[in-house]
Design a protein around this ligand. Structure first.
Ligand code: NDP
Length: 302
């Protein structure tokens, strides 16, 4: 029996693990097959205090090392289902079951898809959600980045190091991206903009060959040749295994109170699976810390 089982090993899960272990609580971290969360897919992080600039995977590896050094048990597999109907709570990992007095869900979020024709078929064959992972495959190619937020800008800058030309396709003329990122992109002569355009279809037999775009002002459609399409249109929470068990909002983000407690007492949630607004490594880490302290407080009162 564990005092706490944490599901998810991004900044929220790792920070919570550190606080729980340092309070001598027996803690299991179900880290997932792809442990480390979304920072494993990013390049330089320049807004995590204490690090002027650090690679996302490097930051997460350091967090994980710290977690392990404190004696937290780590399983590098996904939680497959949960049973929170009876105490102690159960977390299933394939055919194994783990029991915990308290649960902290920190499963984060994943990149959103456009849901247009051709997209699913061509994922891994020109359609990508990770420029850091796939940019080197597009050396001297023509690529598109879809979206107008910081992720889109970051992807465009990464791709510009390899590709011949990068075009940011965005559905509005205004951008959600921060001023500094937008300025860096505008200063890069390899990066062009196409706004306000919507992707209607991704075309290609073996690999991406073109996209069908719709101009949202004129309503006219046009075909744009390209070799790659990088999606940077936001995220969806990884909360499927908790559907019907925990209260969620209409987008699937888990509802918590000011103490990070979900609709089931003793089950907590923190990080991007809860937060659709801030979604920063530092806010996830901060919330993971707060949730862990709430758990420490609750267990010490038992
Ligand atoms: P955002 O939600 O900020 O941006 C998503 C973009 O995708 C928006 O421009 C949105 O358009 C567009 N979009 C959404 N759905 C669709 C659709 N179906 N079709 C076409 N376009 C669509 O997400 P990000 O991932 O960019 O950023 C998330 C958070 O992470 C932000 O807080 C950001 O600041 C942060 N971040 C910070 C970085 C850094 O500082 N280095 C790097 C990356 C992210 P619209 O604007 O019209 O809604």
């Amino acid at each position: 029996m564990y005092d706490v089982i944490i599901i998810g090993s991004g900044p929220a899960g790792c920070t919570a693990s550190i606080y729980l272990a340092r309070n001598s609580l027996k803690t299991l971290l179900v880290a997932g097959y792809k442990s480390g969360g979304q920072l494993m897919l990013t390049t330089y992080v320049e807004n995590f205090p204490g690090f002027k600039s650090i690679l996302g995977p490097e930051l997460m590896n350091r967090m994980k090392e710290q977690v392990i050094s404190l004696g937290v048990e780590v399983i590098e597999k996904d939680a497959t289902s949960v049973d929170f109907s009876l105490y102690p709570f159960k977390v299933f990992v394939d055919d194994k079951v783990f029991e915990g007095k308290r649960i902290l869900i920190a499963t984060g979020a994943r990149p959103k898809l456009l849901n247009v024709d051709g997209e699913k078929e061509l994922i891994g064959r020109g359609v990508s959600t990770c420029a850091t992972c796939d940019a080197p495959f597009f050396k001297d190619k023509y690529v598109l980045v879809i979206g107008g937020g910081d992720t889109a800008m970051e992807y465009a800058l990464t791709l510009a190091k390899f590709s011949r030309e990068v075009t940011i396709v965005h559905r509005r003329e205004e951008f959600k991206a921060s001023k500094i990122m937008l300025e860096r992109v505008k200063a890069n002569e390899k990066i062009k903009f196409k706004v306000p355009f919507l992707v209607e279809k991704i075309i290609g037999k073996e690999k991406v060959e073109a996209v069908l775009l719709k101009n949202l002002k004129s309503e006219e459609k046009e075909m744009l040749r390209c070799d790659g399409v990088f999606l940077a249109i936001g995220h969806v929470p990884n909360t499927e295994i908790f559907k019907g068990i925990l209260e969620m909002d209409e987008k699937g983000y888990i509802k918590v109170d000011s103490r990070f407690q979900t609709s089931i007492k003793g089950v907590f949630a923190a990080g991007d699976c809860v937060d659709s607004k801030y979604r920063q490594a530092i806010t996830a880490a901060g919330d993971g810390c707060k949730a862990a302290l709430e758990i420490v407080h609750e267990l010490s009162e038992l």
